[in-house]
Write a protein that binds this ligand. Structure first.
Ligand code: NDP
Ligand code: 8X3
Length: 250
């Protein structure tokens, strides 16, 4: 039987690439994001390969999140795989000058939004005693780097939540794991630097990971046999050794 996967943040970057990878593998898709036109375009492109349903909501909004997931048509109601991917960094500032709006965005989206989506999906997994949740963490969840403060905190929280989920959902046979990338060239830096030209230089001088690299790893994780759970996976581009050590050549 075909699996159904719900992917948050499917309108760009890692989420979009994962949608393409899963569609190639014939997995039914529920694609989520705030940018409706992009959702429609991706749906149109992937419908040739699999069944695709789109949900247009902001994961910061608890009620909208629950309404959206409750609204799923019968054929999409049983979610086998949840990819909690939506998230971003907002700003890169020392703690003393950081913006509260940026802090709110990161905690509300990366942490609380992930929890809302999970809360809406998990009950049907526990009911069926099966399911697989992958949370997209970050190398920023493993180590704190200068000016990374609140983004790093939000990703440390994602990894703690992942461990907590794995413990609590263990009696139900539900797989839970985190995939934590280093530098991936997506819209991430455009969002972090609010379109400032700094964003254009982030991936210069080295070969960053592509969204597809992470999408392939996510598919690998969800296609392991039933007794294998990839619990925690840190992935860097070869040029990166940790958050502050990147071999650049100009
Ligand atoms: P992108 O900016 O390309 O994608 C972010 C996605 O999240 C978009 O689809 C966006 O959709 C969605 N999103 C953001 N805010 C909300 C919201 N409030 N409600 C619903 N959806 C939202 O970045 P990436 O693909 O790089 O990021 C994906 C994940 O990977 C994030 O969790 C990020 O922290 C993590 N990551 C990224 C790394 C990188 O270097 N790029 C490295 C490590 C981890 P829309 O705007 O349409 O709502
Ligand atoms: C994204 C990687 O190094 O920009 O999570 O925080 S980093």
């Amino acid at each position: 039987m075909k699996k159904t996967a719900l992917i948050t943040g499917a309108t760009s970057g890692i989420g979009e690439a994962t949608a393409y990878e899963f569609a190639k593998q014939g997995i039914n898709l529920i694609l989520c994001g705030r940018r409706l036109q992009r959702l429609k375009t991706i749906q149109k492109a992937l419908e040739r390969l699999t069944d695709v349903h789109i949900l247009n909501f902001d994961i910061r909004d608890k009620d909208d999140t629950f309404k959206a997931i409750e609204s799923l048509p019968k054929d999409f109601k049983n979610i086998d795989v949840l990819i909690n991917n939506a998230g971003n960094a907002h700003g890169l500032d020392p703690i003393q000058t950081g913006l509260i709006d940026d802090w709110d965005a990161m905690m509300d989206i990366n942490v609380k939004g992930l929890l809302y989506v999970s809360k809406a999906v998990i009950p049907q997994m526990t009911e069926r005693k099966s399911g697989h949740i992958i949370n997209i963490g970050s190398s920023a969840g493993k180590e704190v780097y200068p000016k990374g403060n609140v983004y790093c905190a939000s990703k440390h929280a994602v990894l703690a939540i992942t461990e907590g989920m794995r413990i609590d959902l263990n009696p139900f046979g539900i797989k839970v794991g985190a995939i934590s990338p280093g530098l991936v060239e997506t819209e991430f830096s455009q969002v972090r630097f609010k379109g400032d030209e700094i964003a254009d230089n982030v991936y210069k001088g080295f070969k960053a990971l592509k969204a597809k690299d992470i999408a392939e790893i996510i598919y690998f994780a969800i296609s392991r046999p039933p007794h294998v759970n990839i619990a925690d996976l840190l992935v860097f581009p070869t040029a990166q050794a940790n958050s502050v050590t990147v071999k650049k050549e100009f």
